[in-house]
Design a protein around this ligand. Sequence first.
Ligand code: SF4
Length: 461
Amino acid sequence: MNTHIPIEILQQFDVPGPRYTSYPTADRFVEAHGEAQFIQSLQERKASARTRTSPLSLYVHVPFCASLCYYCACNKIITGNYQKAVDYLDDLAREIDLLLPHLGQTQTVSQVHLGGGTPTYFTDEDLHRLMNLLQTSFHWQSAGEYAIEVDPRTVNDDRLHQLWAMGFNRLSLGIQDFDPKVQQAVHRVQTLGSVSGLMQTARQIGFASINLDLIYGLPLQTLDSWHNTIEAVLQLRPERLALYGYAHLPVRFKPQRHIDVHALPQASQKTAMLSMALERLQEAGYVYIGMDHFALPQDSLSIAKRQGRLHRNFQGYSTRPDGDLLGLGVSSIGSMGASYVQNAKSLDEYSDLLHQGKLPVVKGVALNRDDLARRSIIMALMCQGRVEMAGIEESHLLNFTHYFARELTKLQDFVEQGLVKVDSHSVEITPLGWYVVRAIAMVFDKHVQADGQRAHFSQIL
Ligand code: SF4
C-alpha cells in the first residue's frame, strides 16, 4: 500500500480515541473484578487445553528511570535510589511465587516484553536475576520473541552483549527526535552517533529486530527538523518503526508542565509532519502496518500483515496468535481467557499487597457476549482491515446486519469518503482508510459511542 494521504483526511480525524490494545479499553475496568476473579481465570487456564496449545506472553513493567523526559506519559518513578529497584525485584519474585500455584509449573512462554520506565535501569547483574527468575518459572520456547525496551543513554556495546546472553533477541530503542534543540526542550539528549553505533553492534551480535520509537509534535520541532530526523532514521534502517503523535495533557501528566506550550507546533504543522513521514517512509520501502507502526517488507510483522496473521495486544501489533498475557509488575495489564486485569498503579500499593500475600490485581473486567463480538470486529479491522460478517455471525451467534444496524449506518460517512467498503458479506477498510483505522474501529466501540467521553484518550493521529 502506498497511497497519497490527503491532509484534510488526517485533520478531520485528529480527535482523541483509544489505541485498542484491548477491548473494552482499560478505563472500563472495575474494582469488582479483582484478585478472586483473576485466580479463577488462572485456574481455568491451568485446567484447559490452552496450557498445551497456546503459549503465554509475559509483560514485565520496570517503572524506574534515572531522569525525566518532559513529554512522558508513562507510569514511571524517577529515582537515584537504586535500592528501590532491588526491592522491586524481590516484589516481582513474590508476585510470581503467588501466581504459580494457580497457573501450574508447566506453562510455556513464546513472547516476553520488558517495558517501562526503563528496564535497563537495572544493572546487568539484576537483569540477569530477573531473566533467570522468568526462565526458571516458565518454559521459554526456543523460537520465541524476547524483547526489551532500551534507553540508548543507559547501554553501551558491552551491555548489548549482556542482553543477548540473557536471552533477548529484539530491542526497542526510544529515540523520539534527533534534533539537538528538540532533545534539549524535552530533556532527553542522545546523539545520532551513539544510537547508530549501538544499532551496528546489536546487528553484529545477532539481534533479529530493532524497533525505533519516534514522536512528532514535540516542542521546537519544525517540518524541516522533523524531515531531517526521518532521513537520519532511514539511514539507520531499523526493521520496525513506531511513530507517535505527542498529546500535550499537562493537567494529567505532570512532566509535561515543563514544556513551553508556545514552542509546540500547531495542529496543522503536526498533521503536515505526519503526512510527510507517512509518505517518506513508504517511499523508502517501509510497509505501513497500521496505526503508528511501520516495518521493512522482510520483517515478520510485514509478512504477518501480508498473510492476514496480524494480532494486537498491549504492546501493539504482534505476529503471535491471540493468547493469554500475564502482566507482571506495578500497573501491568494482563489478559486471561475472556477477561482483563490490572495491577496496582502505585509502587506502595503494589508492594503492600504482595507483602500481605495477595496478588496485586486491583481491577479488571470480564467480557460479556456483546464485548466479545465487538472485540472480534475491532481487532479484525485493526489487524486485517476486513470483517467477514458470516464469521462473526457463526462465532457469536448473531445476525450481523441486524445486531450492528446502527454501526453500519454510521459507517456510511466513511464509505462516502472512500475510507471503507461495505457490502452484504463484509466491511473492508480501503488503503486510504488504513490511515484512520482507529476512527473506523471506534464505530463498533459501544462505550465510546454511548458516552462520547473521548477526551481522556490520546489523539488519533
Ligand atoms: S519517556 Fe521513558 S525514559 Fe523518559 S521518563 Fe518516561 S518512561 Fe522514563
